[in-house]
Design a protein around this ligand. Structure first.
Ligand code: GDP
Ligand code: MG
Length: 458
């Protein structure tokens, strides 16, 4: 495949951080300030992602510099819309991340919180680049807002006491990163190796201050340091982010196409709960542009779509598709069977990751990415795992987990991450004494397990 620096794809960006730091509001602000202004044409909401074409970023970052427009080499920026671990952990392929750059959001009033540390661990494990949005600057005492402006212009007009508070809070955050073994600097002081020193971008998701800085840095860093991985490839890279039933369409998958081209009629292969799924793309859909809401159908059909994009795929037999799965396309020279084996090898790898202990807990998660992240966490935390499963908790899972009741009663525990527990499964668990813990934050599961284990040992 021809590779060239003139044919870059759009970088893909995820947002991570502790609960309540402002991830959702920040995402809204990034999207809405653009859309509302109406000036920054072409911003489109995609399936699971928002696409900012280069021209929108140029306008959005114009206020940063009087030296002229930003020179943008990438076609645009694709920001994944569901903040949190799920999308980041699912945007993966053979252990490496398909997220090119992440925004780790930190509340400037709170510093690093438990989930921030969890996110940092994920980012490091996947060797992902990230910048830090130091959010809620408007909450500092006496803050005078200058809506949607560049951060340094805002800081300059603040009362001295507010500027002092800012300096103190930044220094404290830098110390907290140092405690995690990371160097951090305000992004405009980060003159060293920007890949080794974490850039802090002060922002407010309420006033929009610092958002030009954030977008400018995202694009600047990706096109300066990642041209290699951003060179457009004809080789397909595609991941399933969500499996969703849609009225009138049946079961669909929302995917992020990070590289290559998808076509209507393509034969695709992905992971299913009962083995690999092979099916044919019936429709490739993206939402209607805002302007065209009057048009009846909610979606636009495409004959083919080039990366990077968020896409809804309609196809038969998607009921058991697993989120986090890679999606492969059967090419003219490909053997369907070997591609089926290849996608399912990702699940086999997870099974291998678990040193199936004779004494250990049961682990179940909704997606491949979250299962992997949970297993990594348990491994670091030295919690032995007996077995794993993906998808809703059924009776048969409880039955298998219950074998631990005799061997190690304190381990007769099911750690269930973001999955539904069938009523019969819960009833059986209650009856035989298997403890089911459900959570959608990894460390909450771990804490619940630890408290339970301690109470049993007593
Ligand atoms: P998430 O859990 O990280 O998605 O956080 P949310 O976006 O839901 O925000 C949590 C709370 O913080 C909400 O009440 C927001 O209004 C508030 N919030 C978020 N960002 C800011 C900010 O920049 N300034 C202020 N003052 N409040 C914010
Ligand atoms: Mg949120």
């Amino acid at each position: 495949a021809a590779r060239s620096e003139d044919d870059l794809r759009s970088p893909i960006c995820c947002i991570l951080g502790h609960v309540d730091v402002g991830k959702t509001l920040l995402l809204d602000k990034i999207r809405q300030t653009n859309v509302q202004a109406g000036e920054a044409g072409g911003i489109t909401q995609q399936i699971g992602a928002t696409y900012f074409p280069a021209e929108a970023i140029v306008k959005k970052t114009a206020s940063l510099s009087d030296k002229g427009k930003m020179n943008i080499k990438v076609p645009g920026l694709l920001i994944i819309d569901t903040p949190g671990h799920e999308s980041f952990t699912n945007l993966r392929s053979r252990g490496s991340s398909l997220c090119d750059i992440a925004i780790l959001v930190v509340d400037i009033m709170h510093g690093l919180e438990p989930q921030t540390l969890e996110s940092l661990r994920l980012l490091r494990d996947r060797k992902a680049s990230f910048i830090v949005a130091l959010n809620k600057v408007d909450r500092m005492y006496g803050w005078l807002p200058r809506p949607n402006g560049p951060f340094r212009a805002s800081l300059k007009v603040q009362p001295q006491a507010t500027q002092d508070e800012f300096a103190m809070r930044v220094a404290r955050t830098i110390t907290e990163f140092a405690e995690q073994g990371l160097n951090a600097e305000l992004y405009y002081n980060n003159k060293k190796d920007v890949r080794k020193v974490v850039s802090l971008v002060p922002v407010s998701a309420v006033t929009g201050e610092g958002i030009p800085d954030l977008l400018g840095l995202l694009v600047g860093l990706t096109q300066k340091h990642m041209t290699n991985s951003l060179m457009y490839l004809s080789e397909l890279a595609c991941t399933v982010l969500e499996v969703k039933a849609i009225e009138g369409l049946g079961m669909t998958i929302d995917v992020v196409l990070s590289n290559g081209v998808l076509h209507e009629g393509d034969r695709i292969v992905l992971c299913g709960l009962d083995g690999a799924i092979v099916t044919t793309v019936r429709a490739l859909l993206t939402p209607q542009p805002m302007r065209e809401l009057r048009i009846k159908s909610a979606y636009v059909h495409h004959k083919s779509i080039k990366a990077a994009m968020g896409i809804k795929i309609c196809a038969p037999d998607l009921e058991k598709a697993i989120a986090g799965s890679r999606l492969l396309v059967v090419g003219p020279d490909d053997d369907e069977e070997s591609l089926m084996e290849e996608v399912m090898s990702d699940i086999a790898t997870l099974h291998k990751m678990v040193k199936k202990s004779p004494r250990g807990v049961w682990v179940q998660a909704s997606t491949l990415g979250s299962l992997e992240a949970l297993l990594e966490f348990l491994s670091v935390s030295k919690v032995p795992v007996f077995d794993i499963s993906i998808g809703p908790v059924h009776k048969k899972d409880v039955t298998r987990a219950s074998t631990m009741l005799e061997k190690a009663p304190d381990m007769a525990v099911m750690l269930c991450f973001d999955v539904k527990v069938e009523k019969e499964a819960q009833d059986l668990a209650d009856e035989v004494g298997v403890k089911i813990f459900k959570a959608d934050i990894i460390y909450h599961l771990f804490d619940a397990y630890q408290a339970h284990a301690a109470s049993i040992v007593e």
